[in-house]
Design a protein around this ligand. Structure first.
Ligand code: DGI
Ligand code: FE
Ligand code: FE
Length: 311
């Protein structure tokens, strides 16, 4: 064992040291999956709890005595203070200079908005190391190998409800980490829906659909996010449009939820959950004028998707 490790062992004790080794093993495993710098991962994992040298109460004292900079938030969540002391000791005692490693140590308990790959790996490895045994940990373990960010979100969610149940103060970093990932997921979902809209529009255009009206109703309805209405020359063309949309979407492995033909095929409805498509034969569209129902929705120009529109 190298000198520095002995120092660490002496500082944090055998039990915490063994915990750190277990965190390191998991972190290395994840580091390989997600192509992180393994040397940095090893160091960050080994030292992540280097500030956990005594009880929380005593750590508060040490932090004050050493004049380590802490925020009001940190003081309100004393369990987190070992990360402030950890960052300090990593720098001053263990001579770690790498900022990514120092951040992984500093944010390993709360996480933060915009965590780096190494920060996420250390955060989650600490959460799922084999010594952890709480309800739901196995699910986070499985997810960590499939989608790291998802697993971080799961861990944050669990931590927040745990802290709420214990009536403990939730650190700003914990909440911000959670919101950050949640928002990113909403963005990803939105992009996916938009790519589906593009596919639907292209499939419809291939079969001579026209006079598109695309309405974003996400703010006013829970039925769907988007309504797409278009016209067809006759019932045969309406059917061809519907078939082509279904074909193209299934090629992209998106299954239709529900199809309906009204008025002997003069009005076809395709329900893709997030997107509902209405294909009308011209006269029927004028007769039902369903776009009127969604006047409060936000109109989107389909040219944004590279589709020419004509009426
Ligand atoms: O140091 P470890 O035990 O290995 O694990 P850790 O650094 O994740 O610390 C876990 C503790 O920190 C646990 O008691 C929950 C607590 N904790 C995590 N996030 C917050 C928090 N406590 C408060 N008050 N606020 C938080 O946001
Ligand atoms: Fe810790
Ligand atoms: Fe830990």
């Amino acid at each position: 064992m190298i000198e520095k490790n002995k120092e660490l062992l002496a500082d944090i004790g055998k039990e915490r040291y063994n915990h750190s080794i277990r965190v390191m093993e998991i972190a290395v495993e994840l580091g390989k999956i997600y192509k992180a710098d393994i040397n940095k991962i090893k160091k960050a994992a080994l030292y992540h709890d280097c500030g956990k040298i005594t009880s929380t109460e005593k750590i508060i004292g040490i932090v004050k005595e050493k004049n380590i900079k802490i925020t009001k938030e940190d003081l309100k969540s004393p369990e987190v203070l070992h990360t402030n002391l950890g960052e300090y000791l990593a720098q001053n005692k263990y001579k770690i200079k790498d900022q990514d490693i120092l951040n992984a140590i500093k944010y390993h308990t709360t996480g933060r908005a915009g965590m780096s790959l190494i920060e996420k790996i250390i955060y989650i490895a600490d959460y799922i190391e084999p010594g952890r045994d709480f309800n739901g940990v196995e699910g986070v373990r499985v997810e960590s190998k499939i989608n790291l960010e998802n697993s971080v979100l799961m861990a944050l969610e669990k931590t927040i409800s745990y802290l709420e149940s214990k009536n403990k103060y939730i650190h700003k970093n914990t909440l911000e980490a959670y919101k950050y990932i949640k928002n990113r997921r909403v963005d990803t979902l939105k992009k996916k829906i938009e790519s589906n809209i593009k596919s639907i529009l292209e499939a419809a255009s291939d079969k001579k659909a026209y006079n598109y009206k695309l309405i974003d109703i996400s703010k006013i309805s829970s039925i769907a996010d988007y309504f797409l209405i278009c016209s067809a020359g006759n019932t045969k063309q309406a059917e061809a449009i519907a078939d082509n949309i279904i074909k193209k979407m299934s090629e992209e492995e998106i299954r239709i939820n529900h199809k309906e033909g009204y008025r002997s095929g003069k009005w076809i409805l395709l329900d893709y959950n997030d997107i509902v498509v209405h294909i009308f034969v011209k006269e029927e569209r004028e007769k039902y004028n369903i776009e009127k129902i969604w006047l409060d929705g936000r109109d989107i120009n389909v040219e944004k998707f590279g589709i020419e529109n004509w009426s």
